[in-house]
Ligand binder design. Structure first.
Ligand code: SAM
Ligand code: SF4
Length: 329
């Protein structure tokens, strides 16, 4: 699948649910209204749509959300997609999770063919963790990380860089990741969806963070790529990697290879733009066969925009109205 700018689309991110058991302050408002069940695709429908993308050349699928592991029966989808790993099919099946349910599912994920996962942990301070997630328990998430490592999964920790909240912790987090054999990726906050706070207060440019970290750690640029938007460095002292995702300070759209499917079957061709394609209608239309569904996907890819134009708006309006949990981070 080639988009109008000649970029090959080979990576599909699937938000399997908009629901979550946490309410991270930068991601959701406390009183989020979630989608009615009827609007949400069944696991069979999600599986069929993923299959269509794989047939069209998608090689990597990341399940995300909301929290993917709170969707009932999600492991059935994981197993079905895992069965499509191999020559002519998927090269990688992975997921991004908040880790609360990971201890339960780590072995099942590995058995299904998942080899790497991302776990979001913004702080290693239990009280701060509780405050950022509004009610999460750090210990539960760390147990999940240890279970994942024990099951054989490579774990990358994702942390959103939040000014005045966790900016004094990146040294400690790099050290912790070194000790436990995890890579760490820092992410700039993106202006997505109404939250209860002011984003201009939260925004911390990672160029600054990198300068500060370089004072203590030997950071060497690498050409390591995972198919995602992070740029990686190796950390000399630990041997692990540090990734930076900088949608705000550095626009990475020129190498974008991905599209995002929501749990209602809406395909967003760009995280930072509103244009979308409704794939639920053709999916549920008995008159549309597999070839018709493929045509609907190809038509959407033909509209993939050149890039996003995120700015942290001083009037505190989000650049896109939908929350990250809808499109899937
Ligand atoms: N619930 C899972 C989790 O937290 O990993 C998966 C979904 S979550 C939306 C995916 C990632 O997006 C998380 O690492 C989260 O920190 C990040 N995220 C959410 N809202 C964001 C925002 N406004 N800006 C930057 N990253 C955000
Ligand atoms: Fe839930 Fe993930 Fe959003 Fe936090 S970042 S509220 S864990 S979806």
């Amino acid at each position: 699948m080639l988009d109008p700018f000649g970029r090959r689309v080979s990576y599909l991110r699937v938000s399997v649910t908009d629901r979550c058991d946490l309410r991270c302050v930068y991601c959701m408002a406390e009183d989020m209204t979630f989608l009615p069940k009827a609007e949400v695709l069944s696991l069979e429908e999600l599986d069929r749509l993923c299959g269509t993308f794989i047939d069209l050349g998608v090689e990597k699928i990341r399940l995300t959300g909301g929290e993917p592991l709170v969707r009932r029966g999600v492991m059935t989808l994981v197993r079905n997609l895992g069965a499509r790993l191999g020559p002519g099919g998927l090269k990688e099946l992975t997921l991004t999770t908040n880790g609360t349910q990971l201890a339960k599912h780590a072995e099942g994920l590995y058995a299904a063919g998942v080899r790497r996962i991302n776990v979001s942990i913004d702080t290693l301070d239990p009280q701060k963790f509780n405050a950022i997630t509004r009610w999460g328990k750090l210990e539960q998430v760390l147990d999940g990380v240890f279970a994942a490592k024990a099951a054989g999964l490579a774990v990358k920790i994702n942390a959103v860089a939040l000014k005045g909240v966790n900016e004094d912790e990146y040294d400690a987090m790099l050290a912790w990741c070194g000790e436990h054999g995890c890579d760490l990726t820092l992410i700039e906050t993106m202006p997505m969806g109404e939250i209860n706070e002011d984003r201009t207060d939260q925004y911390l440019p990672l160029s600054l963070v990198r300068e500060r970290l370089a004072k203590r750690w030997t950071l060497t640029e690498t050409d390591y790529v995972t198919g995602g938007p992070a740029r990686y460095m190796t950390v000399g002292e630990t041997g692990q990697r540090l990734g930076l995702i900088t949608p705000m300070t550095h626009n990475f759209c020129e190498s974008c290879n991905r599209v995002r499917l929501t749990c209602t079957g809406t395909l967003y061709m760009c995280l930072g733009q509103d244009d979308a394609a409704d794939l639920r209608r053709p999916l549920r239309d008995a008159a549309v066969d597999d070839a018709g569904l493929r045509d609907a996907v190809l038509e959407a890819i033909g509209r993939k925009p050149k890039g996003h134009d995120f700015i942290i708006d001083r009037r505190n309006r989000p650049a896109v109205a939908r929350h990250m949990s809808v499109t899937g981070g």
